[in-house]
Write a protein that binds this ligand. Structure first.
Ligand code: GDP
Ligand code: IMO
Ligand code: MG
Length: 431
């Protein structure tokens, strides 16, 4: 069985959690490789709803082992709470969840810095999730942060280390934001208690993933956020602080490129974005509200209303190219069930010139106006379709058009939030 990397093709919330869950049944490992609890992956199984922030979506399958890779920033309080939540709902977690010792430890002062910085910037802020992601990555890149492996230290050394870190973070909080200091000793004691639960999960990922490296165990890589939020290739500075694109799967797990297998992008049948930054196909006012209502577009992590718009094929093609996608999965097609027509942006108008090339560099994208191609809507519910042939002809034509503009086969279509609401199309939708 070939390994697979699942990557958000847009601005996050494409339905990666649902797809990873649907694909996890037969894999040995599901690996998260970047980001932290800024992610919110929602999975519906019958009447049950599960929201995961740190733990890979594969955890909902009994036989699957899950790893939080070294490229992540891990909030140990959030991780413990998420484990407890899953266990309370009857999932076995402890002996099949692992955390790379090299993963950065996200501390309450990171969260505080994130909040204070955003508050200071006001409407010029990034609109982060407030989970401390940027400051935690800063601490890592600055080579000063704690790591999950520190939880294995003898109690006194761990306490000393945490106290030192909190005291220097307090200096920054005071100097930059005139903020109250955080209680160093209390946090050190809390971390010692957390270590009792979390230290047994900490592994040397290089050794733990030996079977994946050797090809005797299979892996599904679960991306968080999306291509347009990538720190290097996204809409900087309105991005997250990690590589959400394919390179993150390598650096964030330590596995070689040969372990990646298929690289597949998840795209909503339209677009959403949470937080600030350019979004060429955004629909303001009533049309946007209609999509938001139909799609239930409210953030799983912060509850914020997501900005909504039509499918942006220019940005999507860029995602195909940046990640070298060999397939795409379209989600939430059912959300368009009532639309009279379904526009797709096939080009941008940039200062009067039509271009099909996505402008990198950050200066031009805010001035790009979408050039739409209108496709007919299907005006009927598709949630019970399980085969391409069950879909109404206009829905099939919409998918064929997306496949054509993406330039890679659409290998799956999600027609509802439930685990079972999938149409698999391994050879594409164009027949
Ligand atoms: P992720 O962050 O990429 O995992 O996506 P989220 O879970 O944040 O957001 C996707 C939302 O859409 C979740 O509430 C899912 O339950 C829901 N969802 C996923 N696929 C479909 C679909 O095909 N149709 C509908 N209506 N909802 C879906
Ligand atoms: P999943 O994995 C959508 C956005 C935030 C903000 C920017 C930076 O559920 O797709 P951060 O807290 O990371 O510093 O915020 O990135 N963002 C997401 N948007 N889905 C996510 O994750 C996101 N994680 C971060 O809204 O614009
Ligand atoms: Mg999400």
């Amino acid at each position: 069985m070939r390994n697979r990397v699942i990557i958000g093709g847009q601005w996050g919330d494409e339905g990666k959690g649902k797809i990873v869950d649907a694909l996890s049944r037969d894999v040995d490992w599901v690996l998260r490789y970047q980001g932290g609890a800024n992610a919110g992956h929602t999975i519906h199984i019958g009447a049950d709803k599960h929201v995961l922030h740190l733990i890979p979506s594969g955890i909902l399958h009994e036989g699957v082992r899950c790893l939080l890779g070294g490229g992540m920033v891990v909030d140990p309080w959030a991780l413990r709470d998420e484990m407890i939540g899953l266990e309370e709902r009857g999932f076995r977690v402890r002996d099949r969840l692992f955390v790379a010792g090299g993963a950065a430890l996200l501390m309450p002062y990171h969260m505080r810095m994130d909040e204070l910085r955003e508050a200071k910037l006001g409407r010029h802020g990034i609109g982060t999730t407030g989970r401390g992601i940027g400051p935690a990555y800063l601490d890592k890149v600055q080579r000063t942060g704690l790591r999950m492996g520190d939880l294995l230290l003898p109690t006194e050394r761990l306490e000393r280390k945490v106290i030192d870190k909190v005291l220097s973070a307090n200096e920054v909080l005071g100097a930059l934001y005139q903020a109250e200091p955080l209680p160093a000793r209390v946090l050190a004691e809390e971390l010692v208690v957390l270590a009792q639960t979390l230290a047994p999960l900490v592994v040397d990922a290089h050794l733990t993933l030996a079977g994946v490296r050797a090809g005797s165990e299979s892996a599904l890589f679960e991306g968080a956020q999306g291509t347009m939020l990538d720190i290097d290739h996204g809409t900087f500075p309105f991005v997250t602080s990690s590589n959400t694109t394919v390179g993150g799967a390598l650096t964030g797990t330590g596995l070689p490129a040969s372990a990646l297998g298929h690289v597949q992008g998840i795209f909503k049948a339209y677009c959403t974005r949470v937080g600030n930054g350019p979004f060429p196909t955004e629909l303001l006012g009533e049309p946007g509200d209609r999509l938001r209502e139909a799609g239930g577009e409210f953030g799983a992590t912060t509850g914020r209303a997501r900005r909504c718009g039509w499918f942006d094929a220019v940005a999507a093609r860029y995602a195909v190219e940046i990640n070298g996608l060999d397939g795409a999965i379209i989600t939430k097609l059912d959300v368009l069930d009532t639309a009279e027509s379904v526009p797709v942006a096939t080009a941008y108008d940039l200062d009067g010139v039509t271009t099909e090339v996505y402008p990198t560099g950050g200066e031009d994208l805010p001035r790009c106006r979408p050039v739409y191609r209108e496709l007919a809507g299907w005006r009927q519910p598709i949630g019970s379709c399980r085969d391409l042939g069950d879909l109404p002809a206009p829905a099939r034509r919409y998918l064929e058009f997306l496949e054509q503009v993406l330039g890679v086969p659409i290998v799956g279509v999600s027609v509802g939030r439930d685990r079972a609401q999938m149409i698999w199309t391994p050879t594409g939708v164009s027949g």
